[in-house]
Every structure is written in structure tokens, then in C-alpha cells.
Design a protein around this ligand. Structure first.
Ligand code: PRP
Length: 216
């Protein structure tokens, strides 16, 4: 739809579908935004808050930085795991402190986190770069096996010795008889901003970032 000449263009905010969305609502509200369009039922991937001039894009979490880096969104909300896994040319000014979890090496209880008997440790993960960096820093030789999900099955079925994955409540590990073996890093959701948007729309974006940064 055409916007009138005088109205400023809508700010485009890329938002991850899934778990973090529930925690995001109260933070947006506290920052003076209206999260209601995000929770309205329906399959629409664009949700508009006309009153505040915000256009939300509902995206797979891993895709949020791509939209923001290319300027198809001005701002985005994304887990730090995504930013650690791939390099993006983005500004990440605010840690929201939501979506808290840990990147960990996990496996069967007592499983050593190193190769044994001259065998290389086999690691299944979606986070190939984070895992490679972790084991390189530790000086442990690994064979990395890429899987997209249900990674907990890997140690149970002999695909791998251990996994590198996110642990939030630990429920998925427990339900599958696995244990956390080694922490890698803390993860939470951050706001990312397109570099050009930040300059061109500073007057609107800077105060919004400040309000998003304030925690209750
Ligand atoms: C993540 C992660 C674990 C689970 C951990 O997957 O890969 O499987 O959450 O959470 P918990 O410690 O609270 O059980 P998610 O459910 O986000 O789905 P995904 O595999 O599609 O990423």
C-alpha cells in the first residue's frame, strides 16, 4: 500500500518465529511498541503496527541477520548463536537478555570429550563453526557431522560421540538420557541493526534502541 508523502516510512523489524517470540512481546511493550500484531492468528508473514509505523517480518531465526544485513529490514532480533555461527556485517547494539540458554557439549553421562584409543572424537551439530572453534581452542581433534535437528539422537544411535547444541531447561537432554558435558558459551537474544539504517534513521532508531535496552 502507498504511504502518504509526509508519513515517514515504516521501520522494518525482523522477528524470529518460535520460542523467543513469547518473551519478546513484553520487552516490545515496555519499549512503547505494540506486540499485538505479532501474536494475531494467521499465516501472514508481514505484521504491521500502523500507529507506530512498524512493519514486522516473521522469519526463521537463522534468517534474521540476512534480512537486516541486506537492508530489507532495519532492525532484527536474533540469538547470539546465529551471529557466532556466521559472520555478518551488522551492528549489534543491545543485548535483550531474553532467550537465555547455553551452547554446550553434551553426550551420554561420563562420555569423555576427547577421542579415545587413537580415534577422533565425532561431534554432531548444527553449529559447525562454533563447534570447530571450541575444539580447536581446546586442541581436541574432531570430526564434525552436520545435522539440522533432533541432534540428541546422534549419541544414542552411534552417529556421533557427542553433540554441540543449545541447552535451555535441559529437558530435551534429560528426556533422551543425555548430560551436559562441557559449557561453550552463554547465549541470549540481541537486537541487530543495519548499518545504513542506523545512520539514515538515527532519530527514530536510537531512542527505540535505548528503550529496548532498558530492562524493567
Ligand atoms: C533447541 C535445542 C534443543 C532444545 C533445548 O531446539 O536444539 O533441542 O531446544 O531446550 P531445552 O534444554 O529447554 O530442552 P528447539 O526446540 O529450539 O528446536 P530446533 O531443533 O528446531 O532448533
Amino acid at each position: 500500500m502507498m504511504q502518504s508523502q509526509s508519513a515517514p516510512r515504516e521501520l522494518v523489524v525482523a522477528v524470529p518465529k518460535g520460542r523467543v517470540l513469547d518473551q519478546l512481546g513484553p520487552r516490545l511493550e515496555a519499549a512503547g511498541l505494540d506486540p499485538a500484531p505479532l501474536y494475531a492468528k494467521g499465516r501472514e508473514l508481514i505484521r504491521v503496527d500502523r500507529e507506530r509505523g512498524i512493519r514486522y517480518l516473521l522469519l526463521k531465526p537463522d534468517d534474521v541477520p540476512t534480512w537486516v544485513e541486506y537492508g530489507a529490514a532495519d532492525l532484527g532480533i536474533v540469538g547470539r548463536d546465529v551471529l557466532l555461527e556466521r559472520e555478518y556485517d551488522l551492528y549489534a547494539p543491545v543485548d535483550l537478555g531474553i532467550g537465555r540458554c547455553r551452547m554446550m557439549v553434551c553426550g551420554k553421562p561420563g562420555q569423555p570429550v576427547r577421542g579415545e584409543g587413537g580415534r577422533t572424537l565425532r561431534v554432531a551439530t548444527k553449529f559447525m563453526n562454533i563447534a570447530a572453534r571450541h575444539f580447536r581452542e581446546k586442541g581436541v581433534a574432531v570430526e564434525l557431522i552436520y545435522v539440522q535437528g533432533s541432534v540428541e539422537l546422534a549419541p544414542l544411535t552411534g552417529l556421533a560421540d557427542v553433540i554441540v547444541d543449545l541447552v535451555e531447561t535441559g529437558e530435551t537432554l534429560r528426556a533422551n538420557g543425555l548430560s551436559p558435558l562441557e559449557p561453550i558459551c552463554e547465549i541470549s537474544s540481541v537486537v541487530v541493526a543495519n548499518r545504513a539504517s542506523l545512520k539514515l534513521e538515527r532519530e527514530r532508531i536510537a531512542p527505540l534502541l535505548e528503550r529496548l535496552a532498558a530492562r524493567g
